[in-house]
Design a binder for this molecule. Structure first.
Ligand code: 2NE
Length: 270
């Protein structure tokens, strides 16, 4: 496939194929563990995807055939968080979770191997997950001195149920791709050499659908979990739709033309 590079980074690849963007964590020596810089680069790429009107869907994956992402890079974990090049401790993968939830376009995790710890949380937070047969899933926090009590717990439980979510976190076991699919953590499992084809096919199908309809559905499904922030994002899109109507234009035009608005001509739907 002829992916073209959108922008060069150190820790990730950022490519495009028509309306599909692909972000690949490219740190195979550490099984695609992330450091603060990795997350900053992914945030930058996500911001590009959000702004670019031609991009309709984003794939998140890992380089190679071993790992999607093995979570936070334990080599740079220090006191207070993952230490970046300025010596500042951070847990900025949480900003990436927010960006994945907030971007009004589907984000698909293409899980090509281990999705462990913060790597599993990343795939959980994505809208859809397609995994290869060799993929393995699991949390390790309570084994290695960490936990994700955010989306990595609450949204995981929405996907797999409360009992299974507690099992995943309390026991820190690994699960096969098939087990992950059966428990509702993965949409589809395919052989490794089919992974990208299958994911691109899903993307192409999504790209044929109404972008506004998909946007509103993502917002509604998020709002159910995201409380006031979810409602705010949903409301923002309701306002966007209103701004596209003549009725909203009439209010603005009347103000600029220094006259009373004539809203009487607009229908009052049942
Ligand atoms: C992923 C897993 C299960 C793979 O096991 P295996 O036996 O197939 O490979 P190995 O030898 O463990 O790993 C291969 C290389 O990748 C490095 C390893 O150190 C090893 O390097 P070399 O010895 O060959 O030089 N590597 C793997 N994961 C790494 C990591 N996270 N950081 C740095 N180097 C890593 C196995 O490797 C594994 O269990 N990895 C650790 C997973 C883990 O505990 N991640 C952190 C969880 S905490 C977290 O991510 C988190 C959170 O809980 C809350 C918020 C944010 C983040």
């Amino acid at each position: 496939r002829n992916w073209t590079t959108i922008k060069q980074y150190e820790d990730i690849l950022f490519e495009r194929l028509g309306g599909i963007a692909k972000i690949t964590i490219n740190r195979p020596k550490v099984y695609n563990a992330f450091r603060p810089q990795t997350n900053m680069e992914m945030l930058d790429a996500m911001a590009y995807c959000r702004e670019c009107p031609e991009i309709g869907v984003v794939i998140l994956t890992g380089a190679g055939d071993k790992a999607f992402c093995s979570g936070g890079d334990q080599n740079v974990k220090g006191t207070g968080g993952y230490i970046d090049s300025n010596g500042v401790p951070r847990l900025n993968v949480l900003d990436l979770h927010k960006a994945i939830r907030s971007i009004p376009k589907p984000v698909i995790a293409m899980v090509n191997g281990y999705a462990i710890g913060g790597g599993n949380v990343l795939q959980v937070v994505c809208d859809l997950t397609i995994a290869s047969e060799n993929a393995r899933f699991g949390q390790t926090g309570p084994k290695v001195g960490s936990f994700d009590a955010g989306f990595g717990s609450s949204y995981l439980a929405r996907c797999v149920g409360q009992k299974k979510a507690r099992e995943i976190w309390f026991l820190c076991r690994q699960y096969t791709a098939q087990e992950a699919e059966e428990m509702g953590m993965v949409n589809k499992v395919v052989p490794f050499d089919r992974l990208e084809d299958e994911t691109v096919e899903w993307c192409e199908t999504i790209l044929k659908r109404s972008p506004m309809a998909i946007r509103m559905i993502k917002r509604a499904l998020n709002a159910e979990l995201d409380g006031q922030r979810g409602l705010m994002e949903f409301a923002g899109d309701a306002t966007l739709l209103y701004y596209l109507m003549d009725e909203a234009q009439e209010g603005k035009n009347a103000f600029l033309e220094k006259r009373d608005p004539d809203f009487g001509k607009f229908p009052k739907f049942p």
